[in-house]
Every structure is written in structure tokens, then in C-alpha cells.
Design a protein around this ligand. Sequence first.
Ligand code: ASP
Length: 337
Amino acid sequence: MKRRVLIVYAGGTIGMQPSDRGYIPMKGFHKHLDSFFRARGLKHLPSFDIIECQELIDSSNLLPKDWTALCQLLMQHWDEYDGFVLLHGTDTMAYTASMLSFMLQGLNKPIILTGSQIPMMEARSDASENLIASILAAGNLNIPEVCILFANRILRGNRSTKIKSAGFDAFDSPNYPWLGNIGINIDIQDPLLLSKRVPCYLAPSFDQDAVAVLQTYPGISTNILTAVLDQPGIKGLILQTYGAGNPPDANKDFIKALEEASKRNIITLNITQCTYGAVSQGTYATGATLNSIGVVAGADLTLEAAFTKLHFLLSQNLSVDKIRQKLRTPLAGEMTV
Ligand code: ASP
């Protein structure tokens, strides 16, 4: 039986058109997709259907509630298809890929996110290569994961990050090898894949204000930190520190503010500002300070994975201790322990 793929268009450059203010998503893009494929002939592709989301966005406008809607849409069609392709803007694609990997754990079929740097309707677009490879991967390959496929790379979604604003090779997964390489053949590194399990959909109701991100910089004022920690509704902070996870611990007020936040059950997850490598709280005395005040070391999580993981766990009605424990444990291959 011919394998079946569902393509969901959520927005992003791939389906955008020019306007007098710059690119905007184009309603009815799915019809262009359809004629694009018809013109090329569909012989070697799995059969597919296309759904266009009601509200198409530039993904810089993505909100946590959009993840719930996307997940529900995928779940609604889960049993009808062998794989899924989500056309998404590149700006926040790594956030959505990470969040989907937490909301839909134990997948038994692929969810492939892709898009393009140049709209599909323009000359020199990278869209068709990304799209056709994604449909083939979603329909024919045994990848039980949420992935980003872009510029001939297949990456674990929750390890991915956008590294180039203009290059076609816009994504990489700095702390985990590529799951696959696309050339004449599509080579998948099977030993790197997650194992197939029984998919379970963990339906969160997100509180948009629950998580904030703050990066340390030389001379950062404690007032900035306390302003963030005093925001109404805040339950978690992603703190992006230097190198191996080192904060400016000579600033005693800064450390005290973090400690007080811990006592108020605000969870701080420490990740590194470096693209490669992990947090190791204790290599330096500056970082060791964080171990004694309840700050969780975020290993080699990307910012996108750290942010979505904390958001996801906070939406699950878990105790603060349980969340801290789960932050230290991989849920979907997002970190190295
Ligand atoms: N701003 C666009 C978006 O993220 C960029 C892209 O898709 O490449 O929706």
C-alpha cells in the first residue's frame, strides 16, 4: 500500500509573498503546493494531503498556545498517516520542534519540520529541495522522532538551533550528531535514533508568562534579575551563563536573588551561552555557588530545548522537586547525561 504523509502549513517564509512592508504569509499557499507537485509528477513520492492552518504566522509571532493547537491537529490525524511534515517559519522552528518532542513522547512515526530561507514562489528558492526530501523522509523512513530537515541535514529537533539568518544551511545540532545526511542516498544513522515506543500525548495548558530567559553579561545589575523574577506568573527562569555554567558570583546580591527565587519555588535552569558543550556547575568555584542554591544544571541543552522543556514540565501539574528531577533526565534525547 502506498504510504501516506500529511503536510501541515503553519506559516513561515516557504509560503510567503512580498508586501510593501516585507514578506508576509500567503493564504491559499496549499493550492500552489498542490499545483507545484502536479506539474512535477508525483510518481516517486508517497501520497500526501495538505492542510493549511487557519491562522498563518511569521513564526516570530509564535505563542505557546500555538503548540497546543499544532499538537492537537497532529493527534487528530495520527492514525491516518505514516508520517507528518510541518511547514514552519525558521525563526522559531527549533522551539516548536523541541516542544513537540516533549508533548508527543515515544513517537512511532516521523514528524519532520521544514521550511525555507527563500519563498517557494521565488527563483533560487531552497523550498522544493527541503520539502521533497521531507515528504520522502516522513513517508518512507523509520525515524520515530521529531526532526528538522533542512539543507540536506536531518537533525534531532530538540538538539537543533538556527545558526544562520541567510545561509541555506540554516540549522545545526551542535551537541548531537546529525541523524541523517541527504545526498544521492538518504543515509540515516540508526544507532543515533530514539527507540520506538507507544506514543503518548501529554496535553499541556500553557501559562504564557511562566518562563523567562536571562543572559548574564559583564556588569549585569541585580535589578534586572529581580525585575524578571518579580514578573507576575513567573515560575521558571532559563539563566544563560558563561562557559561551563559560570555566573558572576562576586555579585552577592545577584546570587542572593537567585537563592530567594528558589525558596519561592521559582525554578532556575542554568545553560551555557556557548554553542558547543555543556554546563558543569562545579568546574569553577563561580559555578559551584549555584549548586548550593537550588539552580539546576542544564547539561548541553540548547536554549530552545531548555525553554520548552521547562515550559512543558511546568504545565504538567508536577511538584517543584519532580520538575527539578525531570530537568536532569532526558525526556526525548534532548540532553547528554
Ligand atoms: N520570519 C520567518 C519565519 O520564521 C523566517 C523564515 O521562515 O525563514 O516565519
